[in-house]
Design a protein around this ligand. Structure first.
Ligand code: NAD
Ligand code: TYD
Length: 361
């Protein structure tokens, strides 16, 4: 048996690949274009492991995907491949349209053609699982109930709009063609191999480098944080037992304002790796101009996944964030490799435009 994973060299995808192969002897074919966010270092522990077949390529390359499907005859496809960073989508949405919308469309077309060639049990058992985000639902006020799967789609950034479009395509391929699809909409992930352009790894990296910790606006935007391996276990569970055509919200029941997240990070760093100056890392917090169209609050109601499939996260924010900080402290070589090259160019562009609201002392 084989599964095909796309985007398996990125943050969540690589955690999924590692977790999958730690629990199963099934071959896993990993199709990834290795954009700036794809990093084979994440999968270095699999070097020489014949169960992991890495293929560099674009999900929008219909011929390549068709060839992989025909060659490996996977029983399932899990689609992580995407452009995933909201700030990048604001500065340049084109790549998001290319991969998240057109790429997902091409992938669906290739899978539809392949699925039609299957028969009997192989056809009935095949699954296409699309990994999506809570950001498709838009923004909540403080008093609104958390997003359920019935919440209307109200995406506000080019990133979330492109993911919303891909979700709609996946849904349509089920209703129109009967393709056996499943969709998961997850809240903000954190954990090992998280690219240091996102809030948590960026702030760990900057804190240790003695740089400012950029907080957009007033830092009171709320995200619902989920430790990445809990997301991976939710995907495995949905793949195993989800109802065809259904969507499942995945969340950690961990709503936190950004400022609090960064303060917690700083206090763990103060304890585990105190600054030579003797000062708290929290002194490096720096309020900068807000992200345009910044969503105020996301919150996931993951009741359906618990009620129907018995899934709950194992980590609390407190346990997960401590593991995450420890992982970054233990894996500074990984961070150094990532922070060379394209990532440095991005940081220069993004944060030269984001002016500090309070000048550093
Ligand atoms: P990431 O940016 O870290 O990784 C994306 C991966 O996809 C990279 O390895 C990249 O090389 C690959 N990729 C990009 N374009 C491709 C293409 N055209 N063809 C093949 N591969 C391509 O993203 P992530 O944070 O790991 O997110 C994975 C998925 O989970 C995305 O679909 C994202 O929308 C979704 N998601 C992410 C979060 C989060 O907090 N990070 C939360 C919910 C859902
Ligand atoms: P991010 O990690 O980019 O994820 P997303 O935008 O998908 O939620 O950002 C998480 C939150 O942190 C979001 O509200 C934006 C905020 N943020 C900052 O305040 N400063 C930063 O430098 C970054 C990257 C994010």
């Amino acid at each position: 048996m084989t599964i095909l994973v796309t985007g398996g060299a990125g943050f969540i995808g690589s955690n999924f690949v590692l977790d999958w192969l730690a629990q199963s002897d099934e071959t896993l074919v990993n199709l990834d274009a290795l954009t700036y966010a794809g990093n084979l270092d994440n999968l270095a522990s699999l070097n020489g492991d014949a169960r992991h077949v890495f293929v560099k390529g674009d999900i929008g390359d219909a011929a390549l995907v068709a060839q992989l499907l025909a060659t490996y005859e996977p029983r399932a496809l899990v689609n992580f491949a995407a452009e995933s960073h909201v700030d990048r989508s604001i500065l340049g949405p084109a790549d998001f349209i290319h991969t998240n919308i057109l790429g997902t469309f091409q992938l669906l077309e290739a899978v539809r053609a392949y699925w039609h060639t299957l028969e009997g049990h192989a056809k009935a058992a095949f699954r296409f699982l699309h990994v999506s985000t809570d950001e498709v639902y838009g923004s909540l006020s403080l008093s609104d109930p958390a997003f359920t799967e019935r919440h209307r789609y109200e995406p506000n950034s080019p990133y979330s709009a492109s993911k919303a479009a891909s979700d709609h395509l996946v849904r349509a391929y089920h209703h129109t063609y009967g393709l056996p699809v499943l969709t998961t909409n997850c809240s903000n992930n954190y954990g090992p191999f998280h690219f240091p352009e996102k809030l948590i790894p960026l702030c760990i990296h900057n804190a240790l480098a003695g740089k400012p910790l950029p907080i957009y606006g007033d830092g009171q935007q709320i995200r619902d944080w989920l430790y990445v391996t809990d997301h991976c276990s939710a995907i495995r569970r949905v793949l195993e037992a989800g109802q065809l055509g259904e969507t499942y919200n995945v969340g950690g029941w961990n709503e936190k304002p950004n400022l609090e997240v960064v303060q917690v990070l700083c206090s763990i760093l103060d304890e585990l790796s105190p600054a030579a100056s003797g000062r708290s890392y929290a002194e490096q917090i720096n309020f900068v101009t807000d992200r345009p169209g910044h969503d105020r609050r996301y919150a996931i109601d993951a009741t359906k996944l618990e009620r129907e499939l018995g899934w709950r996260p194992l980590e609390t924010f407190e346990t997960g964030i401590r593991k995450t900080v420890s992982w970054y402290l233990d894996n500074q070589a990984w961070v150094q490799n990532v922070t060379s090259g394209a990532y440095r160019d991005w940081v220069g562009t993004q944060y030269s435009a984001a002016k500090p609201l309070i000048e550093e002392a």
